[in-house]
Ligand binder design. Structure first.
Ligand SMILES: [Zn+2]
Length: 116
């Protein structure tokens, strides 16, 4: 932890994944492969240098994979976890239904309930 270096691209948690994915920038709306995300060194208000993973589109100030720059595939976001915006409640509902299905009681033929 003490070795954190703001200029080291590998210590930035918003770096792109090892395997490139299609991403979309929230700032400019452009889609591109995540390997195109650029690591840029910028100087902040205090005169300190800090590296950022930035949108490669000219004139765009989008920063950070998983922050301004998000994978297009929502399933990919879930794999990474931690910064998923949408919840997965729908998925757990499916699980509940699946489990319920197998325990559904068999309905024996009851002729009197059929209205003809
Ligand atoms: Zn952008």
């Amino acid at each position: 932890m003490a070795d954190y270096d703001p200029l080291d691209s590998k210590s930035d948690p918003f770096g792109p994944p090892a395997i490139s994915v299609l991403v979309e920038c929230l700032h400019c709306g452009e889609s591109y492969e995540s390997y195109r995300i650029e690591f840029r060194i910028e100087t902040d208000a205090d005169g300190k240098q800090h590296g950022f993973w930035c949108c490669p589109i000219a004139g765009c100030d989008g920063k950070g994979f998983g922050f301004d720059i998000l994978p297009v595939d929502p399933n990919y976001r879930e794999e990474r976890g931690g910064w998923v915006y949408c919840d997965d409640e729908e998925e757990s509902e499916d699980d509940w239904e699946d489990g319920n299905d197998s325990e559904r009681p068999e309905i024996d033929g009851d002729d009197e309930s059929i209205p003809f």
